[in-house]
Design a protein around this ligand. Structure first.
Ligand code: URA
Length: 218
């Protein structure tokens, strides 16, 4: 597969309804990640959900279940949403990359690998199509991969987290009103932080989700 051909764009259906997108994404061969993954993990939630949560990529459990955020990071996210007073039914949950990327350890264990910039860009047409089909009011980018997919490779979550940001015009998302974006850390990073700073990391994560809730409610 040559570098110029690494894109999901040619797999997108003409009918951009969410169900059609999900079916078509199940057949995506736009980058090599489909080959080892169990299945495409498309987003989950309703058209019109006011808050779209965008993670990095499905993990081991999501790859098996075919649903985003059903594993440990998803459980932390669910708890944080509850504390931020965000009803999960008002969220659409998805990922910047729709296939699980991993290496094998000891024959069986599958170890998460960060998707490359090429893979993130290749998968971006699905994310843009989901944004257009769902038309959220606020998009919450969970972690750098997700934030950089929408806000550019130079975007730094550590410097900009919790702020309400305009969706870049270059993405050509034709929605009125245009969704705004709030970036925060990935729930896995909070989960992995077993230091004395864990409580603060979790609280800052909840605070960022509260910024998203306020942006949606205002
Ligand atoms: N991490 C993510 O970024 N997305 C998931 O769906 C699960 C874990």
């Amino acid at each position: 597969m040559s570098a110029t051909k690494v894109s999901a764009a040619r797999y997108l259906p003409e009918d951009r309804a969410l169900d059609s997108l999900k079916t078509a994404a199940g057949r995506c061969r736009g980058c090599p990640l489909f080959a080892d993954a169990t299945q495409t993990v498309f987003g989950h939630g309703n058209v019109g959900a006011p808050i779209m949560l965008v993670g990095e990529q499905p993990g081991d459990q999501e790859d098996r279940a075919g649903l985003p955020f059903v594993g440990p990071a998803g459980r932390l996210l669910a708890r944080a949403l509850d504390e931020a007073d965000i009803d999960p039914a008002l969220t659409y949950q998805t990922n910047a990359v729709k296939h699980f990327k991993f290496t094998r350890k000891g024959g069986k264990r599958r170890i998460h690998q960060k998707p490359s910039r090429t893979e993130v860009v290749a998968c971006q047409p699905w994310l843009i199509a989901e944004i257009e089909a769902v038309h959220p009011q606020v998009i919450v980018c969970l972690g750098a991969t997700s934030a950089q997919s929408l806000l550019g490779a130079a975007f730094r979550v550590s410097a900009e987290r919790g702020r309400v940001i305009e969706l870049p015009g270059a993405l050509d998302v034709r929605l009125k009103p245009a969704p705004v974006v709030v970036a925060t850390v990935h729930p896995s990073s909070v989960l992995r932080d077993r230091s004395a700073a864990h409580g603060d990391a979790y609280k800052s994560f909840v605070d960022d989700l509260c910024s998203a809730r306020i942006a949606y409610a205002s």
